[in-house]
Design a protein around this ligand. Structure first.
Ligand code: UT7
Length: 331
């Protein structure tokens, strides 16, 4: 919560980029043993976007960033810090944020990546909030960008139907009214095995056998993760809203990480909100884009007029790590 003398911080620009290529459930029926009916009923996904072979995470991130700069009516030179939330960086190092910073032509500002999977946009907002409210920086660019197709095992029907590619971006700065009211973050490393990519790091460096063993693709224990997702996202929502004295009714719109429509409906039920009125969904079009999901969802909710001035919105995310985060913003 904002203390005396601290600046009020809000989102002053939003942007997105989705690759052109759409991969439908029907297309997936030709690749793995699945059906449109199963995917729709179990996940809520109808199609997802897939980046081109020559399109890396930084390329999508830059496009979303430019879109956000235009929306904020700012130039790249107005940005003081670049944060990229991603688990699919262009390469291990340098940071994708440095590649983005260079492509934006702002080569002296600090830039770094954060690797907290689907919660990355929440963590990015939290970091930006601190830097701005304490007066260190004026404008922070937070980009959440993922090329999940690059770590997807296209022979594994239990995961390949879920993921998609895309990028969302937000510019944070000082606002006169409203802004970020509360931020709640959490993590539980003891459950890291539920969703990971086993090889390619220092534990299991890349070898011919890791490639043959398909260890450079994401592995997920979907069922167990599902249970944690429902519980933790509902708890995170409560931890972010309770200190403000807010109840489900006081929230105008919940904009969650889009992992599975059944998870989100269950979270809405625990929060006591009507999903038809107060839950923003775009999972049908994009699937799970990890960190990019909530950033694109917020951007589209605003573009579609679902978020109006004076509304109190809740962002809520959960992912590999495990990590989670919730942010309450008065628009
Ligand atoms: O983004 C951050 C975190 N991600 C999540 O939180 C995701 C959480 N998990 C989920 O969303 C769900 O667990 C999944 C969508 C991944 C799976 O749904 P489920 O209802 O938990 O299915 P299941 O894993 O229990 O599988 C049920 C059946 C199995 O067959 P049997 O063993 O009952 O005969 C699977 O083999 O569905 C089968 N199955 C499929 N069938 C058709 C699994 N994937 C598919 C598929 N098409 N694509």
């Amino acid at each position: 919560m904002t203390k005396m003398n601290e600046k009020k911080v809000g989102i002053i620009g939003l942007g997105k980029y989705l690759p052109e290529h759409r991969l439908s459930n029907k297309d997936l029926e030709k690749i793995v043993d699945t059906t449109d009916e199963w995917i729709t009923a179990r996940t809520g996904i109808k199609e997802r976007r897939i980046a081109a072979d020559n399109e890396a995470t930084s390329d999508m991130a830059v496009k979303a960033a430019k879109n956000a700069l235009e929306n904020a009516k700012l130039n790249p030179g107005d940005i003081d810090l670049v944060i990229v939330a991603t688990i699919t960086p262009d390469m291990f190092f340098p940071a994708t944020a440095c590649i983005v910073q260079n492509k934006l032509g702002i080569n002296s500002v600090p830039a770094f990546d954060i690797s907290v999977a689907c919660s990355g946009f929440m963590y990015g907002i939290a970091i930006a909030n601190q830097f701005i409210k304490t007066g260190v920086y004026k404008h922070v660019l937070v980009i959440a960008a993922e090329k999940m197709s690059s770590v997807t095992d296209w022979t594994d029907r239990s995961t390949c139907v879920l993921m998609g590619d895309g990028a969302g971006a937000a510019i944070l700065g000082e606002v006169k009214d409203g802004g970020i009211l509360s931020v709640y973050l959490g993590a539980d490393g003891s459950k890291g095995d539920l969703l990971n990519m086993p090889a390619g790091g220092s534990r299991i460096p890349a070898t011919v056998s890791t490639v043959e063993g398909r260890l450079h693709f994401l592995k997920m224990q979907g069922n167990e993760l599902f249970r944690h997702a429902v519980k933790i996202m509902a708890e995170a929502a409560m931890k972010a809203t309770e200190p403000l004295g807010l109840k489900g009714d006081d929230i105008s719109l919940v904009i969650p990480h889009q992992a599975n429509i059944r998870i989100l409906n269950a979270v809405a039920k625990r929060m006591g909100i009507d999903p038809a009125k107060k839950l923003y969904l775009n999972i049908e079009k994009y699937g799970n884009m990890s960190a990019a999901s909530s950033a694109v969802a917020l951007t589209e909710a605003v573009e579609e007029g679902r978020v109006k001035k004076g509304d109190t919105i809740l962002l809520d995310a959960f992912g590999a790590g495990l990590t989670w985060g919730a942010v309450v913003i008065k628009w």
